[in-house]
Every structure is written in C-alpha cells, then in structure tokens.
Design a protein around this ligand. Structure first.
Ligand SMILES: [Zn+2]
Length: 512
C-alpha cells in the first residue's frame, strides 16, 4: 500500500479522513485494505455506495466512477459505485471473507433477514459469542416470494452487510426449505452454500393415525424401486432389531413402529434422495452442504422415525450436516416454546442420541427464534451439534424501531396487519388472537414499543410481513415498503442496536 493511503486508512480517524475525501459518511468497520488501495462503504443522501481509494486509476474490476483528487500534494483516485450484483460478486472475489463458506459441524445460527437491512445488526449480535458461526443469508423460497427478493439479492445483501461491519470470520448462506430441483438451481446460481431440503409435500401425515391394515397396505405400495429396496428387505432390516444409541438410549423397532415410520416418510426419502443427487451433480466442484428438514409436518417425529430416516438416507448415499425433525411441543412463530419443558428435554435427548450415534450431525431448530426457555436444554445435551434458525424475529425488531421512531407509521402497519391476520395465519403455526390486540389508535406512543413484547401482537405482525411489504394504495403505489426502508436506512444505528440486543440473547446460550 502506498504510504499516503496507509496513512489515511489506518488508525482511529480513518473513517473521518476518508469521509472528508469521499464527501460522505464512511462506515468505520467497512475499511478493508486491498493491496495498493482500500475498499469501503459509504452512505450519501441516505444511500449506501461502494468506495475505493487508490493510488491508481484502475477500479480493480469494480463498476465504479473513478475521479482524481489531490491529497497532501499526491494524486489519488476515488471510485464510487452502486451496491449492484456485479459489484457484490467482484467484492466476493477480491475479499474472500465477504463470501459464504461451509459451516460443517460447528454450531450455527441462521439469521434470516427478510428486509435485506439486518445483517450489520446480526453481526453485532454475533460478536457476543466466539463459538457460533452465523448463517447470514438464510431465506426460504416462500419468504423470497413474499418479500419480492431473489436468491441473488438475499446473498448480495448479506455480502454488503459483511463488508459494512468488517466481519472477517466464516459465515454461511442457507437456501432454506427447498422443495424442487428448480429451487436448487436458482440458489446454486446465486452462490448459496447450504441447501435445506424439505420433502413435506411427500410426507404422509395420515400415517400417524391410520389403523394397522391401512398402514400395511400403504407400506406395500411405497415406491420401493426409488428406495432401492423391497418391502420385505426393509422390514427384515428393522423389525425386531435394537439399536444401542448410548448408555441411556436403547431403541427397539416394533412392527407398527416401522410401518408408521415408512408410510409417513418413505416417499419423502425417495424425493430427498433425488433432490440430493440433483444438487450433487449440479453443484460440480462448488462447495455445498446439506440439511434435511421435516419440521413443517403435522405430527412430531418419533425417535424410531428419526432413526429410520437417518438409516435410510445413509443407505441411499445421502450425506448431510444437519437434520430438523419435528420436535414435541409447539414451535410457534416469534414466541417462546409452548409445551412441557421436561417432555421436550426427554424428546430432545432421544434426537441427540440418534444424531450422535448415526452421524454425528447437527440437530436443527427451525422456528427457533424466541425459544429462550429451551436454549439451555438444547445446549446442555447437544453441545456443539445445534443449528438454530431465526428469521421473522428480526423483522419484528425492525418494527420495534418503527414503533420508537415513527409511531403513526407503526399504528398504520399494525392496523393493516390485523385486518390481514386471519388469512395470513393459515400457512403458519400461530395461535395469537386478534381479540387480544389493543386498539392501536388509543395506545399512547410510549406504549407502542412494548407491543413487540406482546404474544398476540408479535404473531399478528410476524405472519403479515408479506402483505405489509406488498401492500399498495388505490394508485398502485407501495403503502409501506418505501417508508419502512427509508425509515430504517435513516435510523440504522437504532435498528442495529435492537437487532444486536435481541439476537445476542439467542446465540449466547450456545457458548460452551
Ligand atoms: Zn423450517
């Protein structure tokens, strides 16, 4: 690095010095020395821009407008450019820490960012722990459809947040709840690294309550060819067998146990295997890793069903780093665990025993936000083998910032959300009731922020993010989207501070 650039970008006042040169606010942690130059992010007129200060006119392959400037009698070049996809891709190539990597078996926390503005706050939360790897890009196809964002935008927004906050540790990117080969291709093209396969459309929930004759008939009719097995061979491999998982967990498979497991999940496993092979072939030599999730099914995954899933997937050649069974109790959106903690603990210990004996692989906790009462239990028994997933809770923190900064806008959003709750709740696990909501119009400003600590209000706001973001007025103009983005961009520090505080509470229980 030429001496003059070094003098500018090193030391405490670097952001101020660069800010004067660039005539913009410089994010202090975003300054990354890059050979003969420095790369950083600025904000000007409410917009973030990518900036490069260099002793050369060369923009390093970035789309930047370069202009010459004099500093202490020397000629320097300052480039400014948009946070475009091309620039994000080039930044990832220039600064490898801004690209996602595999997380493997390390404890992970998925920090879904529906608005694309939360990553800096998430990173600040992650600085409260040294042992949890953040998954900073994490979005399901359903969430992307509802927020109107593409896999590429989700990944690029995470990269900009990483650059802005100067995060130099590994981070992951999870293409969540993928159901088709088409979903996989879209996320591969965007550069995701972790793939969460969700075969829920092929899970037979009725098997939970089917009588034995129905189970036998369904069992015979399973797609045995796609499972590389026969009804007889699978039966013989399981029924009457006992697995000694650890000193306190011994699992014996009964006739009904196998029939129910196979009927419930057999077709889903054939589907997973096909998606897995598609991913493996399509990914080529790009890095990737896999999670299997059956969490969004109607009934809990029994221990013998988890065992069946893991053994069968292994037999079919599928490799994964984490698995999300459907645990006992209720994992509702945006609120704490609902259920008996001792029952959860017993159930969790079974799943841990299986994941250790047959992997090891991590247990994934979906709808994992705000489940404060179970984090210590999960950490105590699973140790490092946990992948926690959160998403909507960060959107709620954005709304907490709105409640503090712009009370009338918050009232409007809450009123709108309430009118759409009954429709939107259908695709989510929530039990919040509109009748328990206060009237937004009579709530004093000082009490609005507390609404974000209220069970029913949280769920009403949580499940309506899509309709809120996509709402338009009678002329087709966005009702809330722009105001929300403008407000959060104009009050970044408030937004980040709320995210930091709330998400730090999620990750610190998993410190060893
Ligand atoms: Zn999930």
């Amino acid at each position: 690095m030429p001496n003059v650039i070094q003098q500018i970008v090193e030391g405490q006042d670097a952001a101020a010095r660069l800010g004067t040169l660039a005539d913009a606010h410089v994010y202090p942690r975003s300054i990354h020395p890059l050979e003969e130059s420095a790369l950083f992010l600025v904000q000007r007129n409410g917009r973030r821009l990518l900036a490069l200060l260099s002793g050369q006119p060369d923009s390093r392959g970035l789309a930047l407008e370069m202009r010459e400037l004099e500093h202490d009698g020397q000629t320097l070049w300052l480039g400014l450019g948009k946070l475009s996809h091309d620039n994000a891709a080039r930044v990832r190539a220039l600064l490898p820490t801004t690209a996602p990597t595999r997380v493997g078996l390390r404890t992970a926390a998925g920090l879904g960012d529906r608005l694309g503005l939360a990553t800096p706050g998430h990173i600040r939360a992650m600085r409260h722990t040294t042992e949890v790897v953040p998954v900073l890009a994490q979005q399901s196809i359903r969430e992307m459809e509802r927020t109107g964002r593409s896999p590429q935008e989700v990944l690029d927004d995470a990269t900009w947040g990483v650059l802005q906050e100067g995060w130099r540790q590994p981070w992951g990117a999870d293409a969540d709840h993928l159901m088709t080969a088409h979903d996989i291709d879209a996320c591969l093209a965007a550069g995701f690294v972790m793939y969460t396969l969700d075969p829920r459309a092929h899970v037979d929930n009725a098997a939970e309550t089917d009588d034995i004759a129905t189970l036998r008939a369904k069992y015979e009719a399973l797609p045995w060819e796609r499972l590389d097995s026969t009804a007889e061979a699978t039966y013989a491999a399981y029924v009457g067998q006992t697995w000694y998982l650890d000193v306190s967990h011994r699992l014996a498979m009964s006739d009904t146990g196998l029939l129910r497991a196979a009927c419930k999940y057999g077709t889903a496993l054939a589907h997973i295997r096909e998606l897995y092979e598609h991913l493996r072939d399509a990914a080529g030599d790009r890095p990737w890793e896999l999670e299997i999730s059956v969490d969004e099914t109607d009934t809990p995954t029994r221990p013998e069903e988890h065992l069946y899933i893991a053994l069968e997937l292994r037999r079919l050649g599928v490799e994964w780093v984490s698995l999300a069974p459907r645990y006992i109790g209720r994992f509702e959106k945006g609120v704490d665990y609902i259920g008996d903690l001792q029952t959860f603990e017993e159930d969790w210990r079974w799943h841990v025993a299986i994941a250790r004996a047959l992997g090891p692989y991590k247990l994934s906790l979906h709808s994992g936000s705000d489940k404060f009462s179970i984090y210590p239990i999960a950490a105590r028994h699973a140790g490092d083998l946990v992948h926690l997933k959160t998403a909507g809770t960060s959107y709620l923190e954005a709304l907490r910032a709105v409640a503090r900064i712009d009370p009338p806008l918050f009232r409007e959003i809450l009123t709108f959300a309430a009118t759409h709750y009954e429709t939107e709740r259908r695709s989510y696990h929530v039990s919040g009731e509109l009748a328990h909501l206060p009237d937004p119009d009579t709530l004093p400003d000082a009490q609005l922020e507390q609404q974000l600590d209220h069970f029913d209000t949280r769920q009403v706001l949580h499940v309506t993010f899509g309709v809120v973001l996509n709402a338009t007025d009678s002329d087709g103009r966005p009702l809330f989207r722009e105001r929300l983005y403008d407000l959060l961009s104009g009050h970044e520090e408030t937004h980040y501070a709320m995210l930091e505080k709330h998400l730090a509470r999620h990750v610190t229980p998993f410190e060893a």
